[in-house]
Ligand binder design. Structure first.
Ligand SMILES: *Cc1c(COP(=O)(O)O)cnc(C)c1O
Length: 363
């Protein structure tokens, strides 16, 4: 069976060795030394000023919206994981969807201005598959209309844009370290910011709003544990090797697939990529379903990611986003993980190409 992703697990002994430090101290959560060390190493690896390790990427988004005092309308993308929209709703704000671009599937920054109202307080955009949003244009609009900017950087770990980590843009960027992501701590996430003031606020939010016996603000339990931090410390030194393998597989897909009857998202920006996903776009949903089942027959799992377009969620008032709806019906993520082999990629590509050929004959 080939899954769409496979969690990278380090050699058990290496993990146990780091974990032993927590055991020896009998300190397993509440800002222990492994959490502090992981935060330090992540700041260095990503070259970001402030970073807090959180329990997951969704709580990170919720804390970010709260810290920026956003209570009304948030302009956001319909093409993301449901956590992006749900965090807006969870904070009792209103998501206003702006359609996406045809090339990188990120929010179309040129369409944002038309959706700004007197109630707009922020923009929450996703760096889709790790491709950068138009951060320059979004920054200009934020200045012009006095809006806060949050980037959902769940896919953007290790991506650089203009010589900077993609996670260093916006008022706050969030990341997810879930087991399915390129860098993981089993469950986990982070809030990242260049502002010391925001960081202090988030630091309090993350642990109930108090420091010792002093109570300063509202808060939530957004902490993470020493066991999770140990996984991150174990994997981080291996990440450049992991990304290197993924790059090789990514290029194999590029080389073997035939892009006359299908396409894939790409970024026009000059940036360093982390090769986190390999999505392909078919001409119709019918072709996608056919290709997907042909792969499933050979025990190859794919994922409709992202599907559905979030503007069509059944618990929301419908807002029209034609491009996102069309792409989400036709896009399929192919298997991509560190230990996938070149032969397996060849097999996947052959099944897809055969299916496309037979489809044209049927038509
Ligand atoms: C994974 C993901 C999240 C949620 O992160 P968790 O750590 O699972 O809570 C949010 N947004 C995007 C785009 C994601 O891919």
């Amino acid at each position: 069976m080939i899954n769409v992703t496979k969690t990278y697990l380090p050699p058990f002994d290496e993990y146990a060795k780091i974990l032993k430090r927590a055991w020896d101290k009998a300190w397993i959560t509440n800002n222990g030394e492994l959490v502090i060390e992981l935060e330090q190493k992540l700041k260095e690896y990503l070259s970001v000023e402030h970073l807090l390790f959180c329990s997951n990427g969704t709580v990170a988004l919720q804390m970010a919206l709260k810290a920026l005092n956003i209570t009304k309308e948030v302009i956001t993308t319909p093409f993301s994981y449901v956590a992006t929209t749900n965090s807006i709703l969870w904070e009792n704000c209103n998501p206003v969807f702006v359609d996406i671009r045809h090339d990188d599937y990120c929010i179309d920054a040129d369409k944002i201005e038309a959706s700004v109202t007197e109630n707009t307080q922020g923009i929450l955009a996703t760096h889709v598959y790790g491709f950068p949003c138009n951060v320059d244009k979004i920054g200009e609009l934020a200045d012009k209309y006095n809006l806060k900017v949050i980037y959902d950087g769940a896919h953007a770990f290790g991506c650089n844009y203009k010589g900077r980590s993609l996670l260093s843009f916006g008022d706050i960027s969030t990341c997810s370290f879930h087991a399915t992501k390129i860098f993981h701590t089993v469950e986990g996430g982070a809030v990242i910011s260049n502002s010391k003031e925001l960081l202090n606020k988030l630091y309090l939010y993350r642990s109930f709003g108090h420091l010792g016996d002093d109570y300063y603000s509202i808060g939530i339990n957004g902490k993470n544990s020493e066991l999770h931090a140990a996984m991150g410390l174990c994997i981080l030194p291996k990440l450049s090797g992991i990304i290197g393998n993924r790059k090789h597989l990514f290029e194999t897909y590029n080389h073997l697939l035939d892009f006359r009857k299908m396409s894939r998202p790409f970024s026009k920006e000059d940036f360093t990529y982390n090769y986190s996903y390999y999505p392909v776009l078919f001409e119709t949903e019918e072709v996608l379903i056919k290709v997907r089942s042909a792969l499933a027959n050979e025990n190859i799992n794919t994922r409709r990611y992202f599907y559905p377009s979030l503007n069509t969620l059944p618990f929301l008032n419908y807002q029209d986003c034609e491009i996102s709806e069309s792409i989400s019906k036709r896009v399929l993520s192919l298997p991509l993980y560190e230990s996938l082999t070149r032969m397996e990629v060849e097999k996947i590509c052959n099944i897809i190409l055969n299916e496309l050929r037979s489809f044209q004959i049927i038509q």
